[in-house]
Design a protein around this ligand. Sequence first.
Ligand SMILES: *Cc1c(COP(=O)(O)O)cnc(C)c1O
Length: 489
Amino acid sequence: MDSTDDIIGRVRDLQRAASPLEPDAPSRQALFEAVGAHAEDFLKRLETARAFECDPGPAAEMARRRPAEGPGALDELLRLFRVSVEDTGVKAASGGHVAYIPGGGLYTAALGDFLAAVTNEYAGVRFAGPGAVEMENLLLRWMADLVGYPAGAQGNLASGGSISNLIAMVTAREAHGLRCADVPKAVVYLTGQAHHSLEKALRIAGLGECVLHRVPTDTCQRMAPAALQEAITRDRSSGLRPWLVLAAAGSTDVGAIDPLEQIGKIAAAERLWFHIDAAYGGFFVLCPQGRERLRGLELSDSLVMDPHKSLFLPYGLGAVLIRDGATLARAHQYRADYMQDAVADSPAPDSPADLSPELSKHFRGPRLWLPLLLHGLAPFRACLEEKLLLTRYFHERVRVLGFEVGPEPELTVSTYRWVPKHGDPDAFNAALVRAIHRDGRVFVSSTRIGGHIFLRLAVLHFRTHLETIDLTLQVLAEKVAQLESAGAN
Ligand SMILES: *Cc1c(COP(=O)(O)O)cnc(C)c1O
């Protein structure tokens, strides 16, 4: 290819060949309607669908359909999506999902994602996307106000709680000037309830060789402040360097809230970085009962809360907040020549690229901004309070059914187990979980408390209502009766 005429001819051909990437307006309308209708069908089927499909078989069809040179048919692809993706595994969009920590899937958040993707605004740097950055910072400021952080706080909208915890650990490391040589003597205080993503974050951050000091808990699995104080004093006198305390505001396992005010006082007096993992529990500050239980959030140096848990968003949004925003920037800000036009004049960095590991990133703001501003806060507050009350209702009813129950729920996790007339309780409760999974109408999970298997009910999905809880109780009663009569024979 030597003349520019040749080049022009070739690029015209290529432009035509690439043109399917830009459907015209009527085609876009048709695509939008087809996908919208598919989503409607999904939501309609969800009302009667099982919360768990334990047969993963149909998922394999996905692996057989590789990208080809030629086009596919949308209806065929949507069918494949339905049978392989929607109809297998855990229905995260179902109110019957009362296991682990449920997510959500607000429809208006999906519309926010749609807008984010179509506009593809560059949300990493203020110069490129001033409105996008304003939106994300507005949401972070709103959260900082919710937890009582001061004006200098900053944060980041990350993909979830794990990455948010990682950002906080890196910031804490830099703020305290920990160097490699310091790591083996640096002590991290946490309880057995700490989410595993924290230990994972420490390892990724080069802090895997820190001393992990497990602080004893009370009977409700909350950190015992006196034991924390004692541990710090002992470690200091033996030449170690107490550095970081990790508290849970709603542990994943049982929903335990560590005594934040007391821990905060100790951390301040001992000059430890105080991190609160409120990935699950944080947004309960939106309702009075939760706010009361979460007193002390404002004493932390860093905090994680997940809108894709307790604000009912689809997966893909966690938030990290850092009380002293400058420490977040010091841990993450870099400069490059090819970015010189984008460098802000503002004294304090406030672009996500300066405050997180990411540069180009998903414009995560609209998936939260649209639901919050469109619906207003009142329905969110109501939904969270409904979940608190449904959990209390379940806990009481399941006890009346004859189950042994764990501690009174502080948030929305209830633990319980059946103690059978004969045989091993652990074997019985393991069988009970399996039977509920095979049934699939509701999806519960299990854990171990004091070495014994307990079932968990985690009420957090916005589609979980009184009927769901009654159905769960009914399924439990049915399965216990079946297992007891099978055991008696
Ligand atoms: C879910 C959870 C995490 C991890 O968050 P992801 O969004 O799943 O990465 C961390 N801590 C707690 C307490 C959680 O419940």
